[in-house]
Design a protein around this ligand. Sequence first.
Ligand SMILES: [Zn+2]
Length: 401
Amino acid sequence: MESEKNYNDKLVFGQLFKKYYKQAWLEIPQDLPLREIALQPIDGDYYIRHLVFESRKQLTDYITEVHIPRHLYYSSAKYRDPGNQIMNEKGWIGSDLVFDIDANEILQCKDKVIEIRFCRKCGYIAPMESSEKKCPLCDGELTKFEHVEPECIKLAFEYLRNLVDIIENDFGFDNYKMSFSGNRGFHLVVELSSPYDAMDSESRRELVSYIVLTDAYKKVIKNMYVADRSKKNLIYPLPRMGNGGIKRRIAKSLLKKVADIKLREFLMNRLDEIESDRLMQLVKILTDNIDEILDDLSIPIDSKVTIDTTHLVRVPNSLNGKTGWKAFLIKDLTYFELSHYEVSIEGLDELFKIRIAVDLPAITIIDRAFKLRRGDIVKLEYAYASYLIFKGVAEFISIAR
Ligand SMILES: [Zn+2]
């Protein structure tokens, strides 16, 4: 038994998004009236900026009655006059510290990023290296499809954990929020108060180089720790967890390479002294693995985002119009597993009937492997269907109950 009704994509998703925003708990800053709100409407390719709302209710009314957002943002900056259209006249007070970790920027994931350009009209797929602007067969527009395998999102989560460790232990900030971006990465917003919120881009750039560990930085560390017979003494003292800053980060990474219990205890500062031959063993592990350790310490944040004091932050728990997924707030750092329930609109258990527009390579979406061909008609739960529709590789046919 199945009842089907035809809708137009935008209308259907507009209504679904509206229904979602009527009951959603958006994670917005306490000082909402100081923030600029910006959005891209679901039915348009333009942005609406410089919005200001005095209350959560005002915001909800706007995004459910005036413009339903495809993307919804708030400014990391606090302004005296956030609604002013001229940036210099907004009266900048200060900004939160914002981080973006994107799975497709992770070195180990470069070969797990799928990118194709294709024609929706005829299904033509442009060759990898081509610079074609239009479809050579039918002159149609070329659409770009980008996909990252879920294992890379998990890896990005590991980097998020390392980043939070630095934020808490090295910088001493404890007021922060983490969220899944709703696409392929994570956001971390540290809510800063005076005087830290007034940090300029240059100061923020220094935090970035400590987190990313630039090549120059790596070189300095390598010179400190790599055993050279002629300057053997330079290697002491060895980094331990009880040290601050970069030494603690090195010790933490080194710990992953050390099996010996006593050495581990020493690294974790649970032992004060250790036999010299054991110590030499530790020196060897450090010097043998120094490059790997330094790479492990490097966190692939998007530096532009962190340096920018006027960045627009995707509202946690809003829907991401690149996938239709919920950019949900993360409360627990111990474990992350993407599930289709977590990214879906609550209470939506209908299946979506969609038509695939292009031959796709084998991909995994969340937890399901797909091998889809142009013309295939499939019925899927919201999260899989919305992903394929919003990424431009499928068209909506109907909702099937
Ligand atoms: Zn074509």
